[in-house]
Design a protein around this ligand. Structure first.
Ligand SMILES: [Mg+2]
Length: 314
């Protein structure tokens, strides 16, 4: 017998039922309707599967050995999953108190067994609508969160993110006894760029500065925030002073290598940097965030006074 391939956009279902005949019957109906279905024989197995893979829809029998349906629903609600799991409970019992117990355990809906196929499909459509709604809300929240922490002009993180995130990064590095470095960077003679090529070109330079910097630092752990104007801060967790100086020199060289291509033509750009490191418990371990930033800032200004286009670390 051929079954329809899972239709795009239909949520994956985990079907949990200890009775093999019932399980196969329902699974076949679901597959025929275009759902991708995986099967589990009881709550314990189901919970393991859910921990490994996200299923937006859970259809579970009530009475099963080891772990029953309501217990499974309750445990699923306690997990931190990537999205909401819409749970449909199947029960052979009819009593109202019984159904209330199932719903209170975290089930969204219930059906009496054996389920009437058109009714099962109609209830699943409701579930799929709720799952889709929840996913679009989650995506919108994620977009909003990204916007709220991003500097719109350059795509770097904004000052607010830096203020919130740096203490957390420092705390994490202290806990694991790792150093953390920060780099203050400032584009040289930026006012001259704005005055000479126009503010549009200035904006392009800011954006390209961030893109080039991102390409030169470790993508998984290091990050850059716009500190203000043409001043940026790069955070390098788990990076000692020598490593940070080396990484910053790479950034400096990448910026200075070629003129930036802008709508106003090629613009030679250089930047100056100051590097400061917070050591775990050792020397410098007692520094506060403000002292760390002040140290990086003082070194940035030493780079400026030393002739610009350079990295200063002490
Ligand atoms: Mg059963």
């Amino acid at each position: 017998m051929t079954e329809a391939a899972p239709a795009a956009g239909k949520p994956a279902i985990l079907l949990v039922e200890d009775d093999v005949i019932t399980r196969r019957l329902i699974a076949r109906q679901l597959r025929r309707a275009g759902y991708a279905v995986e099967e589990a024989t009881d709550g314990v197995e189901a919970l393991e599967r859910i921990r490994e893979k996200f299923f937006p829809i859970l259809i579970t029998d009530w009475e099963m050995p080891q772990m029953d349906g309501p217990t499974l629903c309750r445990k699923v609600r306690e997990l931190e999953l990537e999205g909401y799991v819409y749970s449909l409970l199947l029960t052979a019992r009819q009593g109202k108190e019984h159904l209330i117990e199932g719903l209170e355990a975290g089930a969204d809906d219930y059906l009496t067994k054996p389920p009437h196929e058109p009714e099962l499909m109609a209830r699943l459509k409701t579930g799929a609508r709720i799952v889709a709604l929840e996913q679009s809300l989650r995506a919108a929240n994620e977009r909003n969160r990204k916007l709220s922490i991003t500097d719109a002009l350059t795509g770097a993180y904004n000052r607010r993110y830096f203020n919130e995130q740096l203490p957390a990064e420092i705390e994490r590095c202290r806990r694991y006894q790792h150093p953390l470095s920060i780099v203050m960077g400032d584009i040289d003679f930026f006012k001259k760029i704005n005055d000479g090529y126009g503010h549009g070109a200035g904006d392009e330079v800011l954006g390209q500065f961030v893109q080039l910097t991102k390409r030169s630092i470790r993508a998984t752990s290091d990050w850059i925030a716009r500190y203000g104007g043409e001043e940026f801060v790069i955070v390098m967790p788990e990076t000692g002073h020598a490593g940070a100086l080396q990484a910053t020199e790479k950034v400096r060289a990448a910026i200075a290598a070629d003129p930036f291509a802008t709508a106003a033509g090629g613009i030679p750009v250089t930047a100056s940097f100051g590097v400061a490191t917070l050591l775990p418990n050792g020397e410098g371990g007692g520094q506060t965030i403000d002292q760390l930033i002040a140290a990086a800032d003082a070194r940035l200004y030493a780079s400026k006074h030393g002739g610009r286009n350079r990295v200063t670390g002490e």
